[in-house]
Design a protein around this ligand. Structure first.
Ligand SMILES: Cc1cc2nc3c(=O)[nH]c(=O)nc-3n(C[C@H](O)[C@H](O)[C@H](O)COP(=O)(O)O)c2cc1C
Length: 185
C-alpha cells in the first residue's frame, strides 16, 4: 500500500460557526486516499512571549509543536482579518517557529486556502501568510491558487457543501495530495 501522509490543518478562525472550519472539514472528507487531514487546534495557545518559553515552555506550546513536527505536511485554511493573517494563526506560526533552530515548520510541504464572504476571497491573508512560509522554509503549493470568495453561502442550513463549489475543493485537495507526494519523494 502506498504511504498515507498526515496533514496538520490549521484553521485561522476560532469561531464556533467558522466557515473556514467547515471548509477544512469538507476538505478532510474530499481528501484523496494518500492524505489524512487532522485539525490542530490553536485557540488555547498563549500569546507568544519569549519570557515564558525558556526552560519549561507552556504545555500548550509543546503539544502544538509536537503535533506539527509529527505531521508530514501542513495545510492552512484561513479567513482574512484587515487584509492580513488573523492574530491566532500568526501566533501559532510564531509558537511553532521556536525554539530558534528547531522550527516545527521546516521543510513541511504546505498549501493555503483563504475563505471569505467578501469578493476577493482573503487574497491579502493568503499572500501575507506566504511571506512567513518563505522564511520558515515551508515549500508552498503554487497552483491551483485558492481564494474562496462569496463564502457566506457555501454551506446550507444542514451544513452541506454547495455542489457548485465541491469540484473546486476537490481539485485543490487532489492537487495537494500530488504535491505532498512529490515533495516527500
Ligand atoms: C477583525 C475582523 C477583520 C476582518 N477583516 C476582513 C478583511 O480584511 N477581508 C475580508 O474579506 N473579510 C474580513 N473580515 C470578515 C471575515 O472574512 C468573516 O468574518 C469570515 O466569516 C471569517 O471567517 P470564519 O467564518 O471562518 O470565522 C473580518 C472579520 C473580522 C472579525
Amino acid at each position: 500500500m502506498s504511504k498515507v501522509y498526515t496533514i496538520a490543518v490549521l484553521v485561522g478562525s476560532l469561531r464556533k460557526e467558522s466557515i473556514n472550519r467547515k471548509v477544512a472539514l469538507a476538505l478532510a472528507e474530499l481528501a484523496p486516499a494518500n492524505l489524512k487531514l487532522n485539525i490542530v487546534e490553536i485557540g488555547d495557545l498563549p500569546l507568544y512571549n519569549e519570557d515564558i518559553d525558556g526552560g519549561t515552555p507552556p504545555a500548550a506550546y509543546s503539544t502544538f509543536r509536537q503535533q506539527v513536527s509529527s505531521s508530514d505536511a501542513v495545510l492552512f485554511v484561513t479567513p482574512e482579518y484587515n487584509r492580513s493573517v488573523p492574530a491566532p494563526l500568526k501566533n501559532a506560526i510564531d509558537v511553532g517557529s521556536r525554539p530558534y533552530g528547531k522550527s516545527a515548520w521546516s521543510g513541511k510541504p504546505g498549501a493555503i486556502i483563504s475563505v471569505s464572504p467578501g469578493a476577493i476571497g482573503g487574497f491579502g491573508a493568503n499572500h501575507h501568510l506566504r511571506q512567513s512560509l518563505v522564511f520558515l522554509d515551508v515549500p508552498c503549493m503554487q497552483q491551483p491558487e485558492a481564494y474562496l470568495g462569496g463564502a457566506g453561502s457555501l454551506f446550507d442550513e444542514a451544513g452541506k457543501l454547495s455542489e457548485k463549489t465541491k469540484p473546486f475543493l476537490q481539485a485543490f485537495i487532489d492537487a495537494y495530495g500530488k504535491w505532498v507526494e512529490k515533495q516527500s519523494a
